[in-house]
Design a protein around this ligand. Structure first.
Ligand SMILES: Cc1cc2nc3c(=O)[nH]c(=O)nc-3n(C[C@H](O)[C@H](O)[C@H](O)COP(=O)(O)OP(=O)(O)OC[C@H]3O[C@@H](n4cnc5c(N)ncnc54)[C@H](O)[C@@H]3O)c2cc1C
Length: 394
C-alpha cells in the first residue's frame, strides 16, 4: 500500500482483518500528513430527489464509517453520532419521495412540519423539526434537513486506529518515487532506486500524488485533480458567554460546515468552520483570505452566530488548517484494479474528494471483499460507478 491516509488505512484495515499481511509505505513521519490530517470533519449523507448514485453510495459509506468509528474510536473525543442539521440554502437539497403525492418530503418545510421521514426510501435523512431548527439558532421558516445517522469525526484518530490493526505494518518516512512490475511482483522504489517494498498486489492510495506514480505507466488514464481547502478554527475557551449561547448542539452543514465542542489539534475544545475550494492548486498553505471566506461562510450558514463570532476571526484568535483533496470528474472515488488486463495486480484507492470521511471505509471494504471473492458491500450497479477501471480507454 502506498499512502497512509483515510484511503490507505481503510484498505489496510479491511485486508488485514481478513488475514492479509499489509505493508503501508508513507512519505510522512506520522499520521495525517495529507488531507486526512483535517482536524475535524463530518460524516453525513448526500440527498437528492431521485436518490441518485452519489446519494446511495454516500449513504452506504456513512453507515460503514459510523460502524467503524463505533468499533475503533472513543465516542465524545474522537467522534460523535450527534446528527447533523443541513441548512437547505436556496432549497437546493430535496429528499427523495417514495410517494409522488407526498408533498411533505420537499425542501419547503415550515415549523409546523411533522414529517418523520418514515415514508422515505431510507431513514437517515428527514426534514428538520422546528425544535432542531431552533436549536441551531435559525429562524423558524428556515428550510433544513436532519441527518440522524451522521456526526463529526477526527480523521487522524480513525487513520491511526485502522493502522493499528494486527497484520498492518506501517513504514513512515518512505517516499515512493517509482512503481514497476518485475515478474509477478510490483515494486515500489525511492528516488535512489532502492526497493522499499514488493508484493503481488500494490494498492496506490496516495491521493493526488498517485498521479506522479501512475503517469509513467502505459495506458493509465485516471484523471485525478487537486482541490485545495482550508478550515478556520479556534478555541472554545476564547468564546464569550453570549457567543457560546448561540452555538448549535450539533454540527450544521449546507454551505460549508460548522462544528463545535470537538478537540482541536492541541487537544483543547474547539470550533471549526470550513471549507474553501480552490481548483488546480497543488500547495496547501494557510491563507488569511481563506479565513475571510470562511467567516463569510459562517455568516451565511448560521447568520446570528456568524455576526456574534466576528471577533473570533481576528488574527490573534483564528487558526487554520489547509489540505489538498483529490477529486475525479464524476465526484466519486476510484477503487480496484486500474487496468486488470494490462496492469494486473495494480490497484487504486483514491479520489475521495470532499467526502473521504464518508467514503473511504466503504471503499476499503469494497476492495477487500473484491480481492477475497466475498459478496460485495454494494450492489453491482453502484460498484461500477466506483471501479477504477471505469477510466480505461478501450
Ligand atoms: C479542508 C478540507 C475539509 C474536508 N472536510 C471533509 C469533511 O467534512 N468530510 C469528509 O468526508 N471529507 C472531508 N475532506 C476530505 C477528506 O479529508 C479526504 O477525502 C481524505 O482525507 C482523503 O484521504 P486519502 O487517504 O485519499 O488522502 P490523504 O489523506 O491525502 O493521504 C495520502 C497519503 O499518501 C502519502 N503519500 C503521498 N505521496 C506519497 C509517495 N510518493 N510515497 C509515499 N507516500 C505518499 C501522504 O503522505 C499521505 O499520508 C476535507 C478535506 C479538506 C482538505
Amino acid at each position: 500500500m502506498i499512502g497512509a491516509g483515510l484511503s490507505g488505512s481503510a484498505v489496510a484495515h479491511s485486508l488485514a482483518s481478513r488475514g492479509w499481511a499489509v505493508t503501508v509505505l508513507d512519505q510522512a513521519e506520522g499520521v495525517g500528513a495529507g488531507a486526512s490530517g483535517l482536524p475535524a470533519g463530518l460524516a453525513a449523507p448526500h440527498v437528492s430527489p431521485d436518490d441518485n448514485v452519489l446519494s446511495r453510495i454516500t449513504r452506504a459509506g456513512v453507515r460503514s464509517t459510523l460502524q467503524r468509528a463505533d468499533a475503533l474510536l472513543q465516542s465524545g473525543t474522537d467522534w460523535a453520532l450527534t446528527g447533523v442539521l443541513e441548512h437547505n440554502l436556496a432549497g437546493k437539497r430535496r429528499l427523495p419521495k417514495s410517494d409522488p403525492g407526498n408533498s411533505t418530503s420537499t425542501s419547503t418545510n415550515t415549523n409546523t412540519n411533522t414529517n418523520t421521514g418514515a415514508d422515505l426510501p431510507h431513514d437517515m435523512s428527514t426534514l428538520a423539526s422546528a425544535a432542531q431548527i431552533a436549536a441551531a439558532g435559525l429562524p423558524p421558516e428556515t428550510p433544513a434537513l436532519w441527518h440522524g445517522q451522521a456526526g463529526w469525526i477526527r480523521p487522524r484518530q480513525l487513520v491511526a486506529a485502522q493502522l493499528q490493526t494486527p497484520g498492518v505494518d506501517v513504514l513512515w518516512g518512505q517516499t515512493v518515487h517509482a512503481i514497476e512490475r518485475r515478474g509477478a511482483l510490483w515494486t515500489a522504489s525511492n528516488a535512489q532506486g532502492q526497493i522499499l517494498g514488493e508484493a503481488p498486489l500494490l494498492v496506490v492510495a496516495s491521493a493526488f500524488d498517485s498521479l506522479a506514480l501512475l503517469n509513467p505507466l502505459p495506458a493509465v488514464t485516471v484523471p485525478l485533480k487537486p482541490l485545495r481547502g482550508q478550515i478556520s478554527f479556534g478555541h472554545m475557551s476564547a468564546l464569550s458567554d453570549p457567543q457560546r449561547q448561540l452555538l448549535p448542539p450539533f454540527p450544521v452543514n449546507g454551505h460549508g460546515s460548522f462544528i463545535s465542542g470537538v478537540p482541536a489539534p492541541d487537544g483543547q475544545p474547539g470550533w471549526f468552520i470550513g471549507s474553501t475550494f480552490e481548483r488546480d492548486c497543488t500547495q496547501a498553505p494557510v491563507r488569511a483570505q481563506d479565513h475571510a471566506a470562511n467567516q463569510l461562510r459562517l455568516a451565511t450558514l448560521l447568520p446570528a452566530l456568524g455576526a456574534a463570532m466576528h471577533t473570533q476571526f481576528a488574527p490573534e484568535h483564528v487558526q487554520g488548517w489547509a489540505g489538498l483533496r483529490c477529486t475525479l470528474p464524476d465526484r466519486l472515488p476510484a477503487v480496484g484494479p486500474i487496468d486488470s488486463q494490462r496492469l494486473p495486480g495494480l490497484w487504486l484507492c483514491a479520489g475521495m474528494g470532499a467526502r473521504g470521511i464518508s467514503l473511504a471505509v466503504l471503499c476499503g471494504e469494497l476492495a477487500a471483499a473484491w480481492l477475497d471473492n466475498e459478496p460485495l458491500p454494494l450492489p453491482p450497479a453502484l460498484v461500477k460507478h466506483l471501479s477504477a477501471e471505469r477510466f480505461v480507454r478501450t
